[in-house]
Design a protein around this ligand. Structure first.
Ligand code: NAI
Length: 269
């Protein structure tokens, strides 16, 4: 159901790889709610992904940008303003990748070149994106910037590997940049801490099937889906949440505040 929540709002959406991506669902929902946007992803992901299909469906243009390149991001921001005809109201950072995870390197046996690259892509990129927006004065007042994160930033999940550290950094950047964006531009910055979700990035985590089923059984409302995450993101892009900033917002069916559930207990009695 559409509420016209984002009528007239303009944005940039990072990270739509395929129809499972949280960013893909968000783009579809933003479109339904009357928002317009530019889609962006790493040049390599464009070749693998199906982003053209999404662009067509939502009447959007695509601008390739590697989120580890300040030059690419600066260009993206200025081109997006040209295409959209003015400043930007919302930005979704939906980017994550760990080479240690991909190559099966255990947390106690990291390859630090992989660690460094994964941190650059998954965490520092959020600072880079915001710095490009900030310097170009590209955000409208009462605009909203959202990045996606996972609860491994607060609690240990052994197989989440170095992505746990990347997410902790990402959440800290949201607070730190959120202060300056709030003070100087009246823009809010938040992270959404999402349930495990079956996407390309999600399924890369070792033992993902067990992980997602455990979370499902631990969460009083069940896991939040990618579409539900998109819906929650829209509320943060809308004018209904103007004073919410510098927060890490759990969107996980209650998982993060559950000690144990009946379903999980029953496995031990
Ligand atoms: P996805 O694999 O569909 O999206 C990840 C995106 O990051 C892809 O589009 C990929 O091309 C992009 N990316 C990778 N390197 C890049 C670079 N150098 N420059 C620009 N883009 C780059 O997976 P998903 O799950 O939709 O991931 C989106 C976000 O949600 C990530 O931050 C992820 O960590 C987060 N998240 C995912 C959860 C899950 O279980 N799937 C749970 C909690 C958070």
């Amino acid at each position: 159901m559409a509420y016209n929540l984002l009528k007239g709002k303009k944005g940039i959406i990072f990270g739509a790889l395929d129809a499972n991506s949280i960013a893909w669902k968000t783009a579809e929902r933003v479109h339904e709610e009357g928002g317009t946007f530019v889609l962006t992803n790493a040049p390599i992901a464009m070749r693998m992904g199906q982003i053209n299909e999404l662009a067509e469906k939502t009447g959007s243009q695509i601008i390739p940008a590697d989120a580890t390149s300040t030059e690419d991001l600066d260009k993206l921001v200025s081109q997006a303003m040209e295409i959209l005809g003015g400043k930007i109201d919302f930005v979704l950072h939906s980017i994550g990748m760990s080479i240690n995870v991909r190559k099966g390197r255990h947390y106690t046996d990291e390859n630090y070149e992989f660690t460094h690259k994964g941190w650059d892509v998954s965490a520092l990129s959020f600072h880079r994106v915001m710095q490009s927006l900030f310097k170009a004065d590209a955000m409208n007042e009462w605009g909203s910037i959202v990045a996606l994160t996972y609860m491994a930033a607060q609690r240990s999940f052994p197989d989440y590997n170095d992505m746990a550290d990347n997410k902790a950094y990402l959440e800290s950047v949201a607070r730190s940049f959120g202060y300056f964006f709030g003070k100087e531009k009246k823009v809010r910055v938040n992270t959404i801490s999402q349930s495990p979700t079956p996407t390309t990035a999600g399924q890369g985590v070792k033992g993902f099937d067990g992980f997602i089923s455990y979370a499902e059984q631990m969460s009083p409302l069940g896991n939040a889906t990618a579409l539900e995450c998109a819906d929650y993101t829209l509320t943060l892009f809308s004018d209904l949440t103007k004073k919410v900033t510098m927060q890490n917002l759990f969107h996980d069916g209650g998982f993060s505040n559950t000690g144990v559930s009946q379903e999980v207990m029953e496995k031990f009695v």
